[in-house]
Ligand binder design. Structure first.
Ligand code: PLP
Length: 417
């Protein structure tokens, strides 16, 4: 299988073997076979630079942040606030105060649902979601809708796994208060035309939250160019630590939003008669945060930017094309999600074999994939399956690993035929 000349040109200079050497976890065997890690959609592995940043921080600079008068607290605060600047640059946000640290995408969406939603969305109002949302971009809105009496409207998915954009446009009405939409689907791999979808929403004066959990590690994200009002992502999906994530919010919106969790660090004054709240981002960062996680996240963004997101995107796109052709040649394999614009995710069902059995047999071969509903049950329902097997690729995956996956799937079929 030869890559198109254009793809070769786009990926030339991307030294995957050098990158692989940065990830100590990849240098091992599982069940006597070299590890082939294809579960990057669930979580990515960490380069030594991230491991070292977290470990050095704990070894030399750790203390609680803000208000400390001693040297370690000052160092830790500088590292934490420096990471905020780092994220601002990464997303090209206009202002560092637009960057809020959360525990992940899930918490970021819950923050918006409870704070912005609790204030702006009421009885009879409408929230637009899409049929391909992760549960973390469905359930927070359902909790809000049940509480205030709002309604959720859903953009349908086409047969190839794209969004029906005509249907999207027709869902707007006078009571639409928010669109919350996934940038890249974790279950289908679809890359949604979010910039155009934001423009449509803004034409109706409706703000948009983008769930970037599966996007940030695979494509450059510029929140100002996208025009979105909120953008959420998780550190662990971009080669950083788990338990840390980011909510970007446009400053005017954040300024007007009430706190959602109360505690230390989010106040200006506290008295039993009443308290006053800090300005964003601190208003939304109650309690001691995951300080070392923030440090690790900054190191991960440094790492990814040093490799370069445009070349990562080109490399992974080439790998996706190669893998799509290779697995597509297996009789009995049906890809779920074949939209024209896709990130490096292959979701499939195979010969009636249960995806969990596929995952288990592949694990004997040292291959890590994910099997299940991928926290996107409505997508499974839409395509009439209970679960899929999913191979999701990252910067360290290779064509040789795709070949190993295809051989592994051959063994799966032998075992179950
Ligand atoms: N949104 C999407 C599209 C995801 O893929 C995920 C995780 O798989 C999430 C949200 C939730 O991310 P986290 O569990 O890191 O909060």
């Amino acid at each position: 299988m030869n890559a198109a000349p254009q793809a070769v040109a786009a990926t030339a200079g991307f030294d995957v073997e050098r990158l692989r050497a940065d990830f100590p976890i990849l240098q091992q065997e599982i069940n006597g076979k070299p590890l082939v890690y294809l579960d990057n959609g669930a979580s990515t592995q960490k380069p030594q630079a991230v491991i070292d940043a977290v470990s050095n921080f704990y070894a030399h600079d750790y203390a609680n942040i803000h208000r400390g008068v001693h040297t370690l607290s000052e160092r830790a605060t500088a590292a934490y606030e420096g990471a905020r600047d780092r994220v601002q640059r990464f997303l090209n946000a206009a202002d560092r105060r637009e960057i809020i640290f959360t525990s992940g995408t899930t918490e970021a969406i819950n923050l918006v649902a409870q704070s912005f939603g609790g204030q702006k969305i009421g009885q009879g109002d409408e929230i637009i979601l899409t049929g391909m949302e992760h549960h973390s971009n469905i359930v927070p809105w359902q909790l809000l809708a049940e509480r205030v009496g709002a309604t959720i409207k859903v953009v349908p998915i086409t047969d190839d796994g794209a969004l029906d954009l005509d249907a999207y446009t027709s869902l707007f009405g006078p009571r639409t208060r928010l669109v919350s939409l996934v940038h890249v689907s974790n279950a289908l791999g679809t890359v949604n035309p979010v910039q155009a979808m934001v423009e449509t929403a803004h034409a109706h004066d409706v703000p948009v939250l983008l769930d970037g959990a599966q996007a940030v590690a695979h494509t450059p994200v510029d929140v100002q160019a996208l025009g979105c009002d909120f953008y959420a992502f998780s550190g662990h999906k971009i080669y950083g630590p788990s338990g840390i994530g980011v909510l970007y919010g446009r400053r005017e919106l954040l300024e007007a939003m009430p706190p959602w969790q109360g505690g230390g660090d989010m106040i200006t004054t506290v008295a039993f008669e009443g308290s006053t709240y800090a300005a964003p981002p601190y208003r939304f960062e109650a309690g001691t945060p995951h300080i070392a996680g923030v440090v690790g996240l900054a190191a991960a963004l440094d790492y990814v930017d040093a490799v370069g997101l445009p070349s990562i995107a080109a490399y992974e796109h080439d790998l996706l094309d190669y893998a799509t052709t290779a697995v597509g040649e297996l009789p009995g394999l049906r890809l779920i999600g074949t939209a024209p614009e896709k990130a490096a995710i292959l979701s499939f069902v195979f010969d009636g074999i249960h995806p969990h059995d596929i995952g288990t047999v592949l694990d004997f071969e040292g291959i890590a994939i994910r099997a299940g509903h991928h926290c996107a049950m409505p997508v499974m329902t839409r395509f009439g399956v209970a679960a899929t097997a999913r191979a999701s690729f990252g910067i360290y995956n290779t064509r040789a690993e795709v070949d190993t996956l295809v051989q592994g799937l051959g063994k799966v079929r032998e075992m179950f035929s």
